[in-house]
Design a protein around this ligand. Structure first.
Ligand SMILES: Cc1cc2nc3c(=O)[nH]c(=O)nc-3n(C[C@H](O)[C@H](O)[C@H](O)COP(=O)(O)O)c2cc1C
Length: 310
């Protein structure tokens, strides 16, 4: 069997699959069970400074090809997250990536400072959620100077507390040039990226009522249909920055994982696939990866990163 371990900015993962932010709850017991089901790492739901209420139900629809959600980043705030993170780190079954979110650069600074003092391995800066636009305006990830400024602020705040903690930025696909945004974040001090967040927003209509299905009317699109967009954007950002990437977006099988790694991802984020294939999707995916790697004589999965021939 091939060696599936990878190193992401110096953090060692047993295999490249990582639970994507926002999926499968916020408790340490859920994170532990995700690791028991084969995940190489965990990303927390995006953590706010204070409690944040999301949108009312219905917040999610699932189809065979895509999902659409407008959960709206509901979260109990950094104090509650701290105790879950502490509990997870007692056993530390895998690396933990803490996703943080805020509506202003000042709040980003505060939440980054608090989270950098916790036993986490990487901070992921969520500047790309399309579902809170009505509250906060255009996501920072869609405006180049904002993306750079938030990156600088979070990096400086984290550095004060824990100088070696990697800070990665979660990018939005809903932009004119993802490489321009990625380069701006790299100038701001980003150590890597996670991409992509959901696409859209999209709209789904109930034919009987002629009304939007989601209470928020629109939502972010995820799942199998968005994979080719994610693969292309990972390729673009990898080529432009050479920084490590968590490739996310529609990754559902082990072969999908290998595909986005060939595009340049070191780790692979798994979100919607948990709904399609169950919590043991991570075990299924690593098994599928191993089968392909063995058949093709690849001994270390890390060898395939960025090897697409364009
Ligand atoms: C129900 C749901 C909630 C999500 N919440 C978050 C979140 O809190 N923070 C974040 O950065 N991304 C969030 N996302 C985006 C995912 O992390 C991921 O980037 C996106 O869904 C694409 O990957 P996928 O196709 O594997 O789901 C959420 C996605 C879904 C489906």
């Amino acid at each position: 069997m091939a060696n599936l371990s990878v190193s992401f900015h110096g953090v060692q993962f047993g295999n490249p699959t990582v639970l994507a932010s926002g999926v499968l709850g916020v408790t340490s017991s859920t994170w532990r069970s995700v690791v028991q089901n084969g995940a190489g790492g965990i990303t927390t739901k995006s953590i706010w400074l204070e409690e944040h209420h999301g949108h009312p139900n219905p917040t999610m629809i699932t189809t065979p090809y895509y999902m659409m959600n407008a959960v709206g980043l509901s979260d109990a705030g950094v104090e509650k997250a701290s105790s879950e993170i502490a509990s997870f780190s007692n056993e530390k079954p895998s690396p933990l990536i803490a996703s943080i979110v805020a509506g202003t650069p000042g709040d980003f600074e505060q939440v980054a400072e608090k989270v950098a003092g916790l036993p986490v391995d990487i901070i992921e800066v969520n500047i790309s959620c399309p579902n809170v636009e009505s509250e906060f305006g255009r996501p920072f990830a869609c405006v180049m100077p904002d993306a750079k400024r938030v990156t600088e602020i979070v990096k400086a705040a984290a550095k004060k507390v824990n100088p070696n903690l990697p800070v990665i930025v979660k990018l939005s696909p809903n932009v004119e040039s993802i490489t321009a945004i990625a380069n701006a974040c790299a100038e701001g001090g980003a150590d890597g990226f996670c991409l992509i967040n959901t696409i859209g927003p999209g709209l789904a209509i109930n034919l009987e009522t002629r009304m939007p299905i989601l209470s928020n009317k629109v939502g972010g699109v995820s799942g199998p249909a968005i994979k080719p967009v994610a693969v292309k954007m990972v390729r673009d950002v990898y080529t432009a920055t050479k920084l490590p990437i968590i490739g996310t977006g529609g990754i559902t099988t082990g072969l999908d994982a290998l595909e986005i790694m060939m595009a340049g991802a070191t780790l692979v984020g798994v979100g919607s696939a948990v709904y399609y294939r169950g919590i043991d999707v991570f075990k299924k995916m690593t098994h599928e990866m191993n089968e392909w790697l063995d058949k093709n004589g690849v001994q270390n999965v890390a060898e395939i990163i960025g090897t697409v021939k364009m």
